[in-house]
Unconditional design. Sequence first.
Length: 296
Amino acid sequence: MRESKSLGDRLFSLGSYVYLTIFMIFCLFPFWIMIVASFTKDIVLREDGYLPWARVWSIEAYKWVFKGSEIQTGYMVTIFVTVVGTLCSLFVMSGLAYLMAVKRFKGRNKVAFYIFFTMIFTPGLIPWFITVRNLLQLHDNIWALVFPMMVQPFWVFVLRNFFAALPSEILESAYMDGASDATILFKIVLPLSKPALATVGLFMAVAYWNEWFLGLMLLDFASFSPLSLIVLKMVNNLQSIQDAMKYPGVNINLGQIPTLGVRMATACITIGPIILAYPFVQRYFVKGLTMGAIKG
């Protein structure tokens, strides 16, 4: 027969639910304010400020945002960088993790030390800038937004721990049967590591989607910018809003643009797609983190 909880346990559970509910409200409230502001008529927004409910609703801000050619280009750039960058990251980091996880590789400890060293001791901004821009020639092109952050040491070790937790008998038997390491990695290890790959892929996709620093540092004369950098410029500079709202054949004055609503609408469409990605990997999320953190 199931034992009933004591009064202390019930009070603790109730307090936990209340605390988590309040915490959730505090987390969601700014997003709700942002969404309401994006659908509020600009003149009302200036008069009433940012409120939880709009006195006059309007979709004018979204009409301006979706007409702007810079926003459209930024969306395409961000989608490309997120998809290609995440796939390239998973490919490279999986190879490094497999190299460190398989015991027959003699240099695996040296590789692990090198990756761990870069995680502890990071270079300064100026050496990084000189290396990426001058040595690697990554500036004013789309790959400047992909390559510099492709390998993240922490996630390499998460994948390495997950690979090391897989049954070694399966890998060794495949190797004894003549399978190459590439075959073992792509045909056995990666299919068995979907939780870890989904978790790491989600975090890398979020990082690529929200990345603005690379665009700020490495894109000087390029005709495109990532969406997050466009939002940053729009928040800090009204002229950037006018530039972002331009579309071919039409001259636009800043006074015509609902600047407050446009800022909020752009922020909404920026965070929207990446939030929708969470439900697809949610079932792998907890397992991917815990399995990759148990064994060292």
